[in-house]
Design a protein around this ligand. Sequence first.
Ligand code: SS9
Ligand code: ZN
Length: 343
Amino acid sequence: MLTLYSDSHRLQHGRSELIDGTLKPCFETPSRADMVLAAVRERDLGDVIHPRRHGLAPILRVHDEGYVRFLETAWQRWTALGRDCDALPKMWQIRRLRETVPEQVEGQLCYYSMDCGTPITAGTWQAATAAADAALTGAERLIGGERAVFALTRPPGHHAASDYCGGYCFFNNAAIAAQALRDHGMRRVAVLDVDYHHGNGTQDIFYRRSDVLFLSIHGDPRTEYPFFLGHADEKGEDEGLGYNFNFPLAAGSCVSTWFFALDCALEQIARFGADALVVSLGVDTFRGDPISRFQLETPDFTTLGARLAGLKLPTLFCLEGGYAVGPIGDNVANVLCGFEARA
Ligand SMILES: NCCCNCCCCCS
Ligand SMILES: [Zn+2]
């Protein structure tokens, strides 16, 4: 299986995120990608290549132009205020406050952010565009006939909606790839999010569409981040009604419960008649994950890969979460090797 990887991910390295009332070191670190790359190489999974540059057009097929321009200019405008700390919002445009875009970078940072855990830094723009290029190059390879490709995307993407960043995400790599697959002739694309956290951004992007099926298995938003999306009754709207499936599971759910939800999701994908599958591959479902509460063990990720291969679809894997840095490489490589063994 081909891996797309760019060292530019290293340029996204926030200093801290606000967790439980204190600023703590970011969980989403460059070492995550280092460990995954090492495992992919150690398993001899296949070639590791640098992504082709795709420019902004395919990103703008998913993301709002004002948001993209904000990301592109934020750091320069932030430092022009005399600041060199991470750019983090200090409030949000919450209920009954005016939904107008402020002029100044500090207000725009509040308008275009979902949380205070997603710092914009000097290298964010370059890292985020490189991750989108990895996903787009992966999609291009599927269009060219590859059966399965792994985009080692960092920063991740599934919490980013068309016009906001959050959950360590800036560009929604999986959604950008799904849209590219649609733009290059795939009639029906399924996006399956197996990260511990609901892919609120991806759901939001495709919620009113029937050409992209979105499914997510995740910690119940009644208790788990991102709290305000991901309930089972969210089934899509307008044209998209019936093309959105959420499988929220109680924190602490056992492995068999998780795999039962996966089988239900796979059944829906088969029924949809997808031409391709994009997997938002978060491995923070791992029992040892520091910010998540499921129970998968490292061998279970091999089972996950094998189940996904059973769909017999051209498949693009986009890396999302997974914050137990030691085991992340084995957990991700197990999915990819489990897939290859059954493909
Ligand atoms: N105490 C948990 C804080 C969660 N903060 C954001 C989590 C983003 C996960 C991305 S996959
Ligand atoms: Zn996650």
